[in-house]
Design a protein around this ligand. Structure first.
Ligand SMILES: Cc1cc2nc3c(=O)[nH]c(=O)nc-3n(C[C@H](O)[C@H](O)[C@H](O)COP(=O)(O)OP(=O)(O)OC[C@H]3O[C@@H](n4cnc5c(N)ncnc54)[C@H](O)[C@@H]3O)c2cc1C
Length: 441
């Protein structure tokens, strides 16, 4: 596979699918040896996806095609593999002419385990495995309290984040300026979606450049789901098609409110890093005593957007039809599932994980546990969103609702799955039984 290549270094793309301002790629291109860029479609991840029209896989495929074309225009290429990451590394390393592997850090539990195994494998073959910080401004334990313990409340975390921030942290790593150091060779074409068990379908690759006017007006428009008031950068941050340094720089120039949202992202990432148990259990463990109703028919109605609560149904239909849902509506539907229907937040989290194009473990888990009241810095359990009042406030002319529910206000539209006041009282009783009165713990 690689035996004809001279001694070289490998750069492994993962959630950093861009050639510009890419930290580990920059370090690799500086290393003095030709750099062979690779990507692995990891079957351990792909085999768990049961939807042949999974938007994430198509997104990655398109992003890789873009990179491949860029590299081919430089006389190099992108080597893309499909299989078990461990086995692919075994065969790559057996070629014997690799000096070092460069990659950007990934902090999710599965990735940490995989990278640990690959780094051990590299060591046994005498190859160094080098990792760099790229997808965040502050990682792991870089922003902690004076006593070294992690923050579990957002506001003090964000204050500390800002006080530790230095402008040079946004200096780019101009990997795009080192083009002559790529390995000059030709790779096979990308494996097709069909070869990997997925289908092609119409999909418009989302614009990568954030709209500056949206960021300027962000503070006033971000909560209105019927307008394009948020930047839709989440998918690009998820897959690294945009650099966080570039986006944070724009945020700092244009909107503190927007910067605060980028800090929420890092807040949840460091929570997952310090408390990986949140993947399976409530951060506040008392909340795992809640006696969820977990009614499958009601869950099904929620999934399909047929609860009879228009703002909830509009959001769930937006998700199914586009892979996106507005943040305000994510909060409303998550609260509705956990509090009105008393369905375990893990069910909703899994549904989002399956359908969101921007699915990101730390933010999704953080958002769900926030809504259920069980997470760090969460909504107190006795605050039960009233979907009707939320609609009056954020979609007063029902523009968002009408867009997603054509049969709204007709006899065809679903009857409410539960009456609001009944659901609110039931929720308070069940939560109180599990966590005690007025508990914030
Ligand atoms: C129940 C629930 C589940 C969520 N699941 C995800 C998820 O899987 N992936 C994901 O990226 N975000 C998730 N979020 C956070 C938020 O809803 C999305 O980041 C946001 O809607 C993406 O749209 P945008 O890029 O237009 O955001 P903008 O408003 O333009 O914000 C810019 C960026 O800031 C970050 N951000 C904004 N709000 C939040 C937040 N509340 N928490 C963390 N980061 C934030 C995102 O990276 C976002 O792209 C979830 C929120 C909730 C309530």
């Amino acid at each position: 596979m690689t035996s004809s290549n001279p001694i070289h270094n490998i750069f492994w793309f993962r959630r950093d699918l861009r050639t510009e301002d890419n930290h580990a790629l920059f370090q690799a291109l500086h290393s003095g040896l030709p750099v062979k860029p690779i990507f692995i479609f990891d079957r351990q991840i792909l085999d768990k996806l049961d939807n042949p029209k999974d938007r994430r896989v198509l997104f990655i495929h398109l992003a890789l095609n873009r990179i491949k074309k860029q590299l081919q225009s430089l006389g190099s290429d992108l080597w893309v593999f499909y299989g078990n990451a461990g086995e692919i590394w075994e065969s790559l390393l057996n070629s014997g002419n690799i000096r070092s592997v460069f990659t950007n850090k990934d902090y999710e539990p599965y990735a940490l385990k995989r990278d640990n195994e690959i780094s051990v494998l590299c060591k046994t073959k005498g190859v160094s495995f080098l990792q760099f910080k790229d997808q965040v401004i502050f990682e792991c334990s870089e922003v902690v309290k004076d006593d070294g313990t992690p923050y579990t409340v957002y506001t003090p975390y964000s204050k500390r984040w800002k006080s530790q921030f230095k402008p040079e942290m946004l200096n780019p790593f101009p990997s795009e300026s080192l083009t002559e150091f790529y390995l000059k060779d030709k790779a096979l074409p990308l494996p097709t979606l069909e070869e990997m068990g997925f289908d092609h379908f119409d999909f418009e690759f989302p614009a990568i450049t954030p709209d500056k006017d949206i960021i300027k007006a962000y503070e006033h428009q971000r909560d209105i789901p019927s307008v394009r008031g948020t930047t839709r950068m989440s998918v690009h941050l998820r897959f690294g098609t945009i650099s966080i340094r570039k986006l944070a720089k724009t945020a700092m120039q244009l909107s503190e409110k927007y910067l605060n949202e980028l800090i929420w992202r890092e807040f949840y990432m460091q929570i997952l890093w310090h408390f990986p148990r949140v993947v399976n259990e409530s951060f506040k463990t008392k909340y795992d005593r809640i006696e969820w109703r977990n009614n499958p028919e009601e869950f099904d109605r929620w999934c399909k957007g047929e609860t009879g609560y228009p703002i909830v149904d509009a959001g769930m239909r937006e998700l199914l039809s586009t892979g996106f849902m507005h943040n305000r509506v994510r909060m409303i539907v998550a609260s509705f599932l956990t509090k009105h229907l008393l369905i375990d937040w893990r069910w909703g989290e899994a549904w989002f994980a399956r359908h969101l194009l921007d699915f990101e473990l730390a933010s999704n888990n953080g958002g769900w546990q926030w809504a259920a009241g069980s997470g760090v810095d969460a909504a107190p359990y006795f605050r039960v969103f009233n979907p009707h009042l939320q609609t009056l406030k954020f979609d007063p002319d029902a523009l968002y609702i009408k867009h997603w529910i054509p049969e709204w206000n007709s006899l065809q539209y679903a009857r409410p799955v539960v009456e609001h006041e009944v659901a609110r009282k039931r929720c308070l009783e069940v939560y109180q039984k599990a966590v005690g009165p007025n508990s914030r713990i």
